[in-house]
Design a protein around this ligand. Sequence first.
Ligand code: F1P
Length: 357
Amino acid sequence: MQFSLDDTYVTLHEILSQPIAWKAVLHELEDQAETLKSHWQPKSMQEVIFTGCGSTYYLSRTAAEIFKGETGTLVSAYPASDLYLFPDLVLTKGAWRTLVTISRSGETSETLRAVDQFRSRDSGPVYAISCYEKAPLVKKASVSLIAREAHEKSVAQTRSFSSMLVAVTGLAALLSGRTLSERFLELPDLGTDLISDHHELAKELGSAPNFERFFFLGSGPLYGLACEAMLKMKEMSLSYSEAYQFLEFRHGPMSMVNENSLIVGLLSETAFEHEARLLSDMRKLGAQVFAITPIELSKDQADHQVVLPGGLTDLERGTLYLPLLQLLAFYRSVSKGLNPDKPSNLTAVVNLDLDPV
Ligand code: F1P
């Protein structure tokens, strides 16, 4: 199947080319492994803080969970503005911390200020994950990991997000003292197959005119990715879209479900039974369900499903959910007559004047 829109929209080109960028990140992880490990001091460190803005804040949420699972360290994730504006709450006295900053551009004003705030109170190392080697954030950091082939012309982050996710997932594994698994190193091939096998389904669902409400559900390490999918749907297609952890959805939000709702489930292996049951209940309320899942669902649990390749853990698998979620938002945008390359009211980088007035 030919998708000639690839020539028309840079966003589509960036979505489809992301596995190539992941490959470059995997090489970078292997090349930089010793340097990255040399800054990690688990014995003296009490907490790892992850920070970013917008997409990269959501990436921080997922990264924090992955780090907790891989390294066993205490972690937290904050929007960079909270770190900058509420330092007494985030950087409580007497702890020795590591800061992991994530930013596609490496220029976002709050993220830069967050590093300054951290440095003024803590002496631990600052890791920067970015797409631009020469960015100010990278210069401020103690050590950096660059997704060199992931930079984008688009405003909405797609391949940059997934590539930086590959970077933090690999970083967590390395810092936990293990080597990257063989299967994790196959992510680029797995991603390429997944896109070619299911592009058409994402296009069909993204173009369906009947959907008025999109709900993205993901729990544990997948919650940050559900939030990112929600944000993509808003940025590119100006659609009603929300994100929740699976079981949280029962505590109020499901009152918004109707027959014009698409519920997109990012299922885990760990909580599969509970997540599948919720999807089946939502179908009974009239919603359509699209599941991206490591384990096959029965027919009553999903209208559409993509079963992800095996051999990866819940902590390693996150990257593979993203391309289809991005395609969903892209086709929704195009089918509404919008331009996904030019989201309303947004710029690729937010530069605020944060000096006191
Ligand atoms: C963060 C960000 C993007 C968002 C928008 C504004 O940028 O919030 O996630 O799509 O374009 O900036 P960055 O710090 O990751 O470069």
